[in-house]
Each structure stands twice: as C-alpha cells, then as structure tokens.
Design a protein around this ligand. Sequence first.
Ligand code: SF4
Length: 249
Amino acid sequence: MSERLVVNEIYLSLQGESTFAGLPCVFIRLTACNLRCSYCDTAYAFTEGKRRPLAEILADVERLAAPYSAGGQRSAVGGPRLPLVELTGGEPLLQPNALPLMQRLCDAGFTVLLETSGALDIAPVDARVRRIMDLKCPSSGEVERNRWENLKHLKATDEIKFVIGTLQDYEWAKEQITKHQLAALCPLLMSWVTPLQPHQQDKVLKPVPAGQTPITRLDLVERIIADALPVRFQLQMHKIVWAPDQRGV
Ligand code: SF4
C-alpha cells in the first residue's frame, strides 16, 4: 500500500458539531486548506503535518478504537458503531488519497464522517460516508467559495452546517434555506462560532468583512425559534468541555 497522506494529528475525543455530537470519535486531521475563514481555529493545520502511509493511519485508528471492542461494548440498538471516525482538517478533500482512506475505513465497518468546507467537489466521496458540508456565511470572508453544485449530490445521510458569527450570517443562512429548500435535502446545523482567543487570530486569516454585527448565542437561539427555522442549533461542544484553544480534543 503506497498511498500517503499528510496528517496533522490523529486522536480520540468526542464528536463536537453534528447530529453525532457527544459520541466518541477518532479524528484524522489532514494538513492544508484552500480557504482562510476569519474564525478558523485550526490554522496550525494549514502547514504542519507529516506524510504517512495509509496503512499506518488505518493502524492508528484501529489502535484507538480497540478499547471499544475489547470490552464487548456495543452502541445503542440502531446506533452507529463506536467510535466514529471523522476526517477533518484543514480541508480533507484537497488530498486525493483521502478518498481511498475513507473507502477502507468504511470497508472496515466504521461509521465515517467527513467535515468539508463545501468549496470542493464532494461527488467522488464513498456513498457510505456521512458528509458534513459547510455553507460558508459572509463573516467567514469566504462566502464566494461555496460550490453550489454540491447541493445536488447531498443525501439524507449528509448534513449542511452554517457557522454563524454575525446577524448578517444568520439572515444569509435563512435566505439560502428558503431559496434552495435545504431542509428537504438533509439535516441542517446552525453552529454558533466561539470567538477566537487573541493568540489564535492568525494573520493569514481573512478579516470579517466590514459592516457585520456580531450575534450572541442567545440572540441566535431566539431568532431560530421566532423564525421557526428547521435547523439544529449547536455549540462547539469541545470548546466548552476543554479550554477553547486546546488541541487534540
Ligand atoms: S475551511 Fe475554513 S474553518 Fe475549515 S480549516 Fe479551512 S480555513 Fe479553517
């Protein structure tokens, strides 16, 4: 097996932001991203990483997952096998070998999640993978990068995530939900963005465009309820449990 991937980190933690939030999950963070979202908390993954063979990555996942089968644990009836395995980044789809890695993880029986920015083609991803696709809102500074053709590839097992930091983000997301009838495609997530710590504000990140008004999480929740939006509100769970700037969680 000669394929390789540049990997930033592999670790076991809790899934923090999807309909799977709260479940144990092995994260494979791949290096590099073609976007520079204003709120990005993983700028360290833009360049830091080590080239590793797929076989070695799969072995790491099996090792981290082993305690879940060794004790005979099973997930709840009808639930996914635990731990989940998630490819994240950076942007995992920038590396072509992410595709065979996901295939092999699915073949091994794992429930595989992919976190993707929505700026690259999601069509080649193995159909068994749960794709959690962002639609980048205006405050990210990357709203022009949304690849709208991806919408036609989404299935009920996928998820669309809006990361909301401003009032303008909320209004924009609401408009897209209606315009593209997104609730008919798959579950919709509205995730309130935890403000970055000063030392996380990497100079390579895009600035928040002028004229944006920050939104509090309370304001966001109240608007979602008042507007009867068919979305799942989310906080970045791992940033509440651990320090907001902690890596490897
Ligand atoms: S898509 Fe945006 S938030 Fe995600 S890793 Fe890239 S720059 Fe960061």
